[in-house]
Design a protein around this ligand. Structure first.
Ligand SMILES: *Cc1c(COP(=O)(O)O)cnc(C)c1O
Length: 360
């Protein structure tokens, strides 16, 4: 079998064990005589799948009782609109932190619905660091404060959850959910597209504190209203059933590995291996400030665009797939989500060392 090490930012690698389990169950799930893809979303089989998926996610992340877990569609991008439409309340004001391309998109979308204040930004230095955020910056009348915890394209991460007082903190965690332990109770709402650390594309997970549900604007479409999905157990309409099933298998895989504490340890080890290689190299550099470096998405560059292109090409030939940086920043980017084994990062580092020797 010719599996490669896939460094794609998303859709990204899935654990082989999960793919093999899905393959085994593909045409006949649990003696139903049907594929999960063919099961009614109202059937007992699927009810068990979605219930277990939620239970596992609650257990892994330690989600408190007063939070709902919603399994939605539309990607993180749809939440850029759904969040203001649901949380704005009367004042229609919110504070946003601008840490990169995804933050910018979230801000642009929210501006359609009310007054958005950008309270901190790292755009002055090409988003290569995380700006300080503190209580004093927050408008006490803001409905919420929005941050992007891990910036997938720029390779930065909030090392600490900012202390913003009583205003609900809303976080786009698309590219670092389940990568490390977090205290869910510090957030009002967490959302993530599944295709990075949860499962296949098509599923969006929202974790929301109950008191923030039921406040949507009058003109909020039914499908964007969190209350619709909260009251129906994410079964108001047909949910992305197969993606939810795959997410459940991924949650089981994480649990078997020892949960988020263990996953975090491995993730830190992987990131250390790659950052150490970059630090010791005379060819590769990281554009990101040390104190803001992501352990999920790691951009790096050579001194020239030509060498960058050659690196990506030769890496691909060596079975190291999709290392090209995002078109907005260039260079290379290694996305090393939960499913990337330590051996994959070691293979990348070996390749980088050889490449440096060959082309210096
Ligand atoms: C990938 C990504 C998105 C976009 O997700 P979609 O599911 O494609 O809408 C938004 N925010 C972050 C941080 C991401 O990494």
């Amino acid at each position: 079998m010719n599996r490669v090490y896939n460094f794609s930012a998303g859709p990204s690698m899935l654990p082989l064990q999960v793919l093999e389990k899905a393959q085994k169950e593909l045409v006949n799930y649990n003696n139903s005589g049907m594929s999960v893809m063919e099961l009614s979303h109202r059937s007992g089989w699927f009810t068990d799948i979605i219930t277990e998926a939620e239970q596992l996610l609650r257990e892994l992340m330690g989600i408190p009782e007063n939070y709902k877990v919603l399994f939605l569609q539309g990607g993180a991008s749809q939440q850029f609109a759904a969040i203001p439409m649901n949380l704005f309340g009367e004042n229609k004001k919110a504070d946003y932190v601008n840490t990169g391309s995804w933050s910018k998109k979230a801000i642009k979308e929210a501006e359609k619905f009310g007054d958005i204040r950008v309270i901190a930004s790292s755009e002055d230095k090409n988003f290569t660091y995380i700006p300080a955020v503190n209580k004093g910056m927050i408008d006490p009348e803001a409905a919420y404060v929005h941050i992007t915890t891990n910036n997938t394209i720029e390779g930065t991460v909030f090392r600490e959850v900012p202390d913003i007082g009583n205003v609900p903190l809303v976080a786009d965690m698309s590219s670092n959910i389940l990568s490390e332990e977090i205290d869910v109770s510090k957030f009002g709402l967490i959302y993530a597209g599944a295709q990075k650390n949860i499962g296949p594309a098509g599923l969006t997970v929202v974790i929301i504190r109950e008191d923030l549900i039921g406040k949507a604007q009058d003109n909020c479409p039914t499908m964007l209203d969190f209350e619709t999905h909260s009251e129906s157990g994410s079964l108001y309409n047909t949910p992305p059933t197969f993606a939810i099933y795959m997410a459940k298998l991924v949650f089981e895989w994480i649990k078997e590995l020892g949960g988020l504490k263990e996953i975090e340890k491995v993730n830190r080890e992987k990131a250390d291996i790659l950052y150490r290689c970059i630090e010791e190299s005379n060819m590769f550099t990281s554009p990101v400030e040390k104190s803001s470096r992501s352990i999920m998405n790691i951009p790096f560059v050579t001194p020239s665009k030509e060498l960058d292109a050659l690196f990506v090409k030769e890496a691909k030939e060596a079975g190291l797939e999709t290392l090209k940086g995002h078109r907005s920043v260039g260079g290379m980017r290694a996305s090393i989500y939960n499913a990337m084994p330590v051996e994959g990062v070691q293979a990348l580092v070996e390749f980088m060392k050889k490449f440096e020797q060959k082309h210096q």
